[in-house]
Design a protein around this ligand. Structure first.
Ligand code: NDP
Length: 313
């Protein structure tokens, strides 16, 4: 199936009880898979990709929302099974809308997007299971990517000492500016390792999967916590149970797509408090709707640092 920029009549929009005028969207890893057709993301065609959007309610048949409300949407199958955010309008279920936090504008919210929201869900999950800064260092993999960049920022701002694993050591100044204290090369973790290794960290936020996740677990200290949220290296998990049964390590799965509204609002409230808006600008590149097709290839080949926001207008 080809990907193209095209104009469609608003009447073609899918079913939904609210209509949103989209101001900004963003390009996530999943969107790049959908646009390039490299992953089985899109459930049916034609599909408007874009798992995130931010804008203003134009029309509402729901008592919960009124025209003029500033909203954002992350996930819920938007851009996969329901037309998504890489467009100027969306018709959606009112239950998918989250209020835009007071102190963020739509561009900033999309600069954060699912990547930042997932990083925050990961941190909140680790903390809910007992992680605190005094327990030890936290490893962030896929460090220069969207999820990784925000994970570093939020962990550092919450007082954690962060070890960033990256394949781009040339980005060390960027990673240190985000808050990383130590940089390691991702090759250290990228291939088959031993079931257990020297303990190096108390917590992990992993957006890479595969051998990287297995090795991250193998180097996690007693009773440590590992949040698995991505698959940039691969979907497989070629590890052993040794870290879990011999060190009591806990592996925590992070699914941002179907989080209940209460958790989304909690995550976005904390995001809005903790995000460094100056840093947000330096980690964000802006593209137009027509540039997203080329940008998707760039993102999948690991050439994007931080985040891409999409100006849809
Ligand atoms: P990005 O492309 O922005 O970042 C991914 C990073 O992973 C890259 O920048 C690179 O970092 C690293 N990487 C890329 N390829 C490899 C490889 N072969 N081996 C090891 N590291 C690699 O993507 P996002 O941050 O947006 O998303 C990251 C992952 O998280 C994706 O798999 C995505 O699907 C998933 N995700 C899951 C969510 C959920 O709900 N669970 C929500 C959001 C994202 P560096 O150059 O620093 O090494």
């Amino acid at each position: 199936m080809d990907t193209a920029l095209t104009e469609m009549a608003p009447e073609a929009l899918p079913e939904g009880d609210v209509q949103v005028r989209i101001d900004w969207s963003t390009l996530n890893y999943k969107d790049a898979l959908a646009i390039t057709g490299k992953g089985s993301i899109v459930r049916h065609f034609p599909m408007v990709p874009g798992i995130d959007l931010a804008g203003v309610v134009e029309h509402s048949d729901s008592a919960d929302w009124s025209p003029g409300d500033r909203v954002l949407v992350n996930g819920w199958g938007v851009g996969e099974s329901h037309w998504g955010g890489l467009a100027q309008k969306a018709r959606l279920s009112s239950q998918w809308l989250t209020p835009l936090p007071e102190n963020l504008n739509a561009r900033q919210a999309m600069s954060i997007g699912t990547a930042g929201y997932t990083a925050m869900l990961s941190l909140m999950t680790l903390e809910r299971h007992g992680l605190t800064p005094h327990k030890g260092d936290v490893l962030v993999t896929g460090a220069s990517g969207g999820v990784g960049s925000f994970a570093i920022m939020f962990l550092a701002r919450s007082g954690y000492r962060v070890i960033a694993a990256t394949g781009r050591p040339e980005e060390q100044h960027y990673l240190k500016a985000l808050g990383a204290s130590e940089i390691i090369h991702r090759d250290e973790l990228a291939s088959q390792g031993r079931p257990l290794g020297k303990t190096r960290w108390a917590g992990v936020i992993d957006s890479v999967g595969s051998h990287t996740l297995a090795n991250a677990c193998a180097h996690t200290r007693e009773d440590g916590l590992v949040a698995a949220c991505g698959l940039a290296q691969g979907l497989n998990f070629p590890g052993t149970v040794a870290p879990f049964i011999l060190r009591g390590v806990t592996l925590l799965g992070i699914n941002s797509v179907t989080r209940p509204q209460a958790q989304r609002r909690e995550a976005w409230t904390r995001l809005a408090q903790e995000v460094d808006t100056d840093m947000l600008d330096t980690m964000t590149r802006e593209v137009t709707l027509s540039e997203t097709i080329d940008a998707a290839d760039e993102l999948l080949s690991g050439r994007i640092r931080g985040r891409l926001v999409v100006n849809v207008n």
